[in-house]
Ligand binder design. Sequence first.
Ligand code: HAM
Length: 460
Amino acid sequence: MEVKNVKGTKDLYGEEVTNFNYIEGVMSSVSSLFGFKEMRPPVLEHSEVFVRGVGEGSDVVRKEMYTFLDKGERSLTLRPEFTAGIMRLIVQNKLYATEPLPIKAFYMGPVFRYERPQLGRYRQFNQFGVECVGGSSLYHDVEVILLGYCILNTLGLENVTLKINTLGDDESRNNYRQALKDFFKDKIEGMCEDCKSRYEINPLRILDCKVPEDQEIVKDAPKMMNYLSLESKQRFDQVLGQLEMLNIPFEVDDNLVRGLDYYSETVFEFHYTSKKGVNYGAIGAGGHYDKLIAEFGGPELPGVGFSFGIERVASILKDDELNIPDENVMISILPMKAEYNSQAAQFALSLRLNGYSAEVNYDGGKVASMIKRAVRIGAKVALIIGEDEVKNGTIVVKNLESGEQQNVELNKLNEALDAILQKDECDDPNCGCHEHEDDECCHEHHHHDGECCHHQNKDK
Ligand code: HAM
C-alpha cells in the first residue's frame, strides 16, 4: 500500500524550504530590529490553554482543533495558534514579574487546524508572529502594525492592504452585541446555519459571514462606530492618526471582527492581491487584547500581536517573482579518479573554512555527466582535479554559467574563485548597500526606493 501524506499537510523540500528559511529569516531579523526576542512554546498544550485562551465561541475551538487523549487520559491539543500558548508561557514562568515590561516576543512554527483544505488553506501550516505584552500605551498597537508592514515591505510585497477596525472596550462591545441581536432577530431564521449559531454565541461574527445572501443582509447592520465608548473612539482615532503620521496606508473596515474571541480595541488584517491579480485574502492578522494574561492567572496586562501565514507569503513571493536568495552549494569539486578523492576532501574543507560552500562528487563518472550534475545542483563553479593538475600543482576552474575554464595554480585559486563568485552580486546601481566598496555584498533580492535588502546570507 502506498502511504501518502495526511490531507491538508504539505511536504516541503528544495526551493520551498529555501523560501521558508528566507521568509522566516527576514521576519525574525526585522522583528529583532524592533526589540523582539524569540520564544519557542511547545506544539502540544493542554486543551484548556486554547479553550480558555482562544475562546469557546470561536470556530477554531468549536470545530478545528486536533484534540486527543494521551495515554495518561489527558486532553491535549496540537496548537491551532500561538498567542494562547505564549500567554501560558509568560504566566507560568512569571515573566511579567521578572522581565522588564513590555515583554516582546516573536515565534514561528507549525500550527494545526482541521479546516477544509483549499488554495492557501492547510491543516498543518506555519505561522510567524509577535506579541507585545504588558505595555499600556496605544503606541504599542501602532508599533506592532508598523512591524508587520515593515516585514512585508522588506520582503518586497507591494500590493498589501491593511484593513483595520476597533472592537472597542467591554462596554462598547456589550452594547453593540445587543444592537446586532436586535437587528438580526427577525432575519436570522433565513440565514446560514453558521450565522444561526453565531447569533447565540457571538453575534459579532455574523459580520464575517461569506455567504453572499447573508452579506446582503449584513450590509444594513448597525455599525460598531456608533456604539463605541468615548475612550475607545478616542483611542482608535489616535491609532489611525499615528498610522497616518507614519505613512502607513490603511482602510477602515467596520465588518472586520476577527475569528478568535480574545480581541478588544484595535484589530487588523494584512490582505494581498498578487501582481497577476490573485487574491490571497488575509496573509497576516492580529490585534489588541486585554484579558488573556489574566485568563491564565496572571495580572491584568494588555497585549497586542499578529501572525503571518508563511505558506501564503511564500506563494506570493513565487507568484510575484520576487527575488529569493539561493542556498545552492557554490562549488562542486570533481576528482577525475577515485584516488584523488582524499585530496578533493581536503580541498573542500579548506574552501569551506574560507567561507565558500563546497561539495565533492565522490562517485565519479564521465566528466560531462559530472559537470551536468554540478550544474543541476546549482553550483556556480566546478573545480576539476585531473592527472595533469595533480602533477603540476594546479586545478581546472570552470565557470558553470559562462562555460569558460582556466588552469589555475593552487595559490591563485582564491583569487580566481572571487572573480567568478562575487561578480554579479548587487549590481543594482540604486541599491543603498554599503558593502560594494570592499567587494563584499549581500544577496540582492528586494530593493525598494533605492533602499537595500537585508544583509542576510552573505556569500562568503
Ligand atoms: P489568524 O487570523 O487565525 O490569527 O491566523 C493568522 C494567519 O494565519 C492568517 O492571516 C493566515 O495568513 C494564516 N492562516 C490561518 N489559517 C490558515 C490555514 N488553514 N492555512 C494556511 N494559513 C492559514 C491568529 O492565529 C492569531 N493568533 C493572530 C494574533 C497574534 N493575534 C494576536 N496576536
